[in-house]
Ligand binder design. Structure first.
Ligand code: JFZ
Length: 466
């Protein structure tokens, strides 16, 4: 009898502990995210098989939209899954490449608008386990690798658009120009009359039924089956209703520390951060809300075999510094191939960004926005320390006279040095409050050379925009 009482008491204590989990404030949930500054977006799915081409013709636009822009019938598109067999998938290598690039979190498309689930799900047979020769959950080994390397994991989920599971919505898009489909006029007329759908098979259920039968159970699976999840990245609230959004949002209690974005349904479900896409906001656009720029390395999120229009590592390093100097995060995308490999150009860019971050990451991680706005020659990030404030001046355009001049500077200077290597630099502040730093004749790092300046006290943030 004593044993029974002890066991019941222990169970009750454990249950109370579980339910008594402290509710975290938004700021407490955002601490790691604001320090991380840099993450990897991964857009992967069966669309990597056609890779931008359908029936011998190249379909314009972003690769993961090929089913919509090509108005590919459901039955035809689902045949593609039979060719999806990513035998070269190596999640351990993927996570190491993200880590070595200086990225602190990964967000992967668990289900994009085509409805294909990269995970084992009971809610639909349209998933990697049931519909492909690969036959295994792709997210579990990625979650394991993220835990192994200390990288936080997030899932992108297309909660409203779903072009294969019946009842899912479809953004209204005309057949893509350049897709010489003789039937385009009829198809486009049909989609106009059918809320963006092009195939009757997409309308055998209502949107409300899709939400209850697919979206809600799948989001619950994602929040339950992969351990601690750091981010749920909603996308495109096409035809979303408050009722559906409320149902989905209530599932987040399964992951009390989770962070979400502003794309569940606008404007009354703002989430934790804004998501400017393919652009970096101007200072005037910022209102103090957390934000994250998501961006492709080339011109597409999902893999297209002929898109080699990649941004340079220098451009992307400068984007990261521009974003950090404005207090935002950078979610940089990789679109893996159908075989499960990162495109070689992406591998090279990640390696080069990682070389820069290894030496200069201190100027990004855990920093705050510049108190002065933008400089014509580069960007500034700041960090408050026990002895004062550290300023990181990232110089893009090396001054012709080898001198950095920063007016409106009223702090006592402690030191100025090159962040890479620590070489001290001659610096002084005039009575008029102008900081002058003498620089070496050539930029040590053409991408961005960081000057680390330590001062006493806090910066009071007057306008320094020149
Ligand atoms: C969406 C997706 O349609 C796209 O495939 C990709 O996943 C991207 C990250 O997100 O694209 C959008 C979403 C929102 C806007 C533009 C493109 N928007 O609000 O302007």
């Amino acid at each position: 009898m004593k044993k029974v009482i002890f066991t019941l008491t222990l169970l009750l204590w454990i249950m109370q502990g579980a339910f008594a989990q402290k509710v975290l404030t938004r700021d407490e949930r955002m601490v790691w995210w604001r320090e991380a500054r840099f993450g990897m977006f991964i857009h992967w799915g069966v669309y990597a098989v056609p890779a931008g081409e359908w029936k011998g013709q190249r379909i314009g636009g972003i690769g993961e939209w090929i089913m919509n822009r090509g108005k590919i019938p459901v039955a035809e598109y689902q045949q593609i899954a039979r060719q999806f067999n990513p035998v070269k998938y190596d999640p351990d290598a993927w996570v190491r490449m993200a880590r070595d690039a200086g990225m602190k979190y990964i967000v992967i498309t668990s289900k994009h608008h085509d409805g294909f689930a990269l995970f084992e799900t009971k809610a639909s047979k349209w998933n990697v386990v049931d519909a492909t020769p690969y036959g295994k959950d792709l997210l579990k080994p990625l979650a394991d690798a993220c835990r192994k390397y200390g990288i936080r994991l997030g899932f992108y989920y297309s909660q409203a658009q779903d072009w294969n599971n019946p009842g899912g919505s479809a953004a209204r898009r005309p057949t893509r120009e350049g897709w010489a489909n003789p039937d385009s006029a009829r198809i486009d007329a049909y989609t106009k009359a059918h809320r963006g759908h092009w195939d009757p098979a997409q309308e055998t259920k209502t949107f409300a039924q899709y939400i209850d039968d697919v979206a809600v159970p799948q989001v619950r699976e994602l929040l339950t089956n992969y351990g601690e999840l750091a981010i749920l990245w909603w996308d495109t609230p096409t035809d979303m209703t408050d009722e559906a959004a409320t149902k989905l949002q209530s599932l987040l209690s399964l992951q009390p520390a989770i962070i979400t974005n502003d794309r569940l349904k606008r404007p009354n479900f703002p989430g934790d951060h804004k998501t400017p896409e393919q652009r970096i906001p101007n200072l005037a656009d910022l209102d103090g809300t957390d934000w994250e720029t998501c961006m492709t390395m080339n011109g597409t999120w999902g893999y297209k075999y002929y898109d080699h229009n990649y941004k340079t590592p220098q451009t992307l390093i400068r984007h990261l510094l521009d974003i950090a100097s404005k207090g935002g995060n950078f979610l940089l995308n990789v679109g893996p191939t159908a075989e499960g490999e990162f495109p070689p150009e992406s591998v090279d860019i990640l390696a080069k960004m990682g070389q820069w971050m290894k030496v200069n990451g201190e100027a990004v991680y855990g920093t705050k926005a510049s108190p002065w706005g933008l400089f014509t020659w580069g960007r500034c990030t700041t960090r408050e320390t026990p002895k004062g404030t550290t300023l990181y001046f990232s110089v893009f355009d090396w001054p012709a006279d080898d001198r950095l001049v920063i007016p409106g500077f009223n702090n006592n200077l402690i030191s100025a040095k090159l962040l890479a290597g620590g070489t001290r630099l001659k610096a002084s502040v005039t009575k008029a409050g102008v900081l002058t730093i003498d620089l070496p004749p050539d930029a040590p790092d053409p991408a961005a050379t960081v000057i680390k300046v330590e001062v006493k006290g806090r910066i009071d943030g007057r306008s320094m925009t020149k």
